[in-house]
Design a protein around this ligand. Structure first.
Ligand code: TXA
Ligand code: MG
Length: 339
């Protein structure tokens, strides 16, 4: 790992170049509609070990495998439950990952030692063209260093991966901004393991039986056996100490003016949230969709400003807001002040 990392505008020639690197077992930065990923041949154990090395990721945290058409599922999974077929029809290509029983073709390194694999068909055109150009399923976790906020631009990937990978395909800012919804299947129920842009109410259009896993909103202990290993790890953390303030705008303003110290920043919905209060803020938007698009950039901005303590306004907890809240909770190490 000592590359002169290139940022390449995603066009047909750079996609071909990236595909050649992947076919040789290398890891490249790949845009998707959710967040940027670190892509490698999902079927090649040594290529996959390159992903874990570049990210500094624990070996037991499994990778999502990306495909570009339904035909690619053949040979990767041993069964597709009826509910999963319906989800694929409704939400693919798009920001949904389904956990399915894997075949031996998927190495244990890819699945983190599990006998299941997460499969996703992205909608981003560059991602799909890259998978097609490789003719391979691509394993890709979010392209951040393990523990830092997910990257939503090629620049974010560069900031974390410079020197660690040969190139990044730049396709601008990610349209969704938070990682895919992750689900598994139990009989005809869907278990939500990680909330995302595909919301609980979207999933309920497929089946009424949607179970929200306890790990979505609760702290999971380090030695727990969990449905999704990613739940265990500290995530999305900026260097600052983030605290979620759950209450009205008035109570937020009062809390900030009573408690701010040197190095305090805020994460607000709009510029005017702090009018009259002398505290700097990074704005992350006022709708669920906008907050999803901007949350990870906001967390990275706070680090750039050298924020020490961050008071964050609490997102809504339903629809896509649940996904934003889930990410912010992890960034805050589950510190919430309810006013
Ligand atoms: O939107 C996304 O999903 C992005 C883009 C690049 O596609 N990828 C992504 O990957 O977020 P990653 O590795 O950062 O997060 C994958 C999550 C982890 O929490 C992991 O534990 C869980 O999915 N996961 C993967 N395979 C699993 C499996 N077989 N069983 C349970 N959970 C799994
Ligand atoms: Mg990640």
């Amino acid at each position: 790992m000592n590359y002169n990392t290139e940022i390449l505008t995603a066009d047909s020639s750079s996609i071909r170049k990236a595909a050649e690197l992947i076919k040789k077992g290398k890891v490249v930065g790949m845009p998707t509609e959710t967040v940027y990923g670190l892509a490698a041949n999902a079927l090649d154990e040594s290529a996959v070990s390159g992903i874990f090395a570049a990210k500094g990721r624990p070996q037991d945290n499994p990778l999502i495998v990306h495909i570009s058409c339904i035909g690619m599922l053949d040979g990767l999974v041993t069964a597709v439950p009826e509910t999963a077929v319906k989800c694929a029809e409704k939400f693919w290509p798009g920001p949904l990952t389904m956990i399915l029983p894997k075949t031996d073709k998927i190495p244990m390194a890819t699945s983190g030692g599990l006998d299941t694999v997460g499969i996703r068909m992205p909608s981003n055109k560059t991602a799909r063209a890259l998978i097609d150009a490789c003719g391979l399923p691509l394993a890709a976790p979010s392209a951040n260093l393990s523990g830092s906020p997910s990257p939503t631009s090629a620049r974010h990937v560069y900031d974390d991966m410079n020197g660690r990978i040969p190139c990044i395909l730049d396709d601008g800012r990610c349209a969704v901004g938070i990682e895919s919804t992750v689900i598994s299947f139990e009989g005809d129920s869907i278990r939500l393991l990680r909330p995302g842009f595909i919301s609980v109410s979207d999933l309920k259009e497929v089946t009424e039986n949607v179970i929200v896993d306890k790990g979505v909103l609760d702290i999971v202990s380090q030695d727990a056996v969990v449905a999704s290993p990613g739940m265990k790890y500290k995530h999305y953390s900026p260097k600052a100490d983030v605290i979620i303030i759950d209450g009205s705008l008035d109570s937020f303003r009062k809390y900030v003016s009573d408690n701010k110290v040197e190095g305090t920043w805020c994460m607000t919905f709009s510029e005017s949230d702090l009018s009259g209060i002398d505290c700097p803020a990074v704005v992350y938007g006022s709708t669920d969709e906008e907050q999803a698009r901007r949350i990870f950039n906001a967390l990275r901005e706070l680090d750039k400003h050298g924020a020490k303590k961050v008071f964050a306004r609490c997102p809504g907890k339903t629809g896509i807001g649940l996904a934003v809240y889930n990410r912010l909770l992890r960034a805050a190490g589950f510190q919430v002040i309810r006013l």
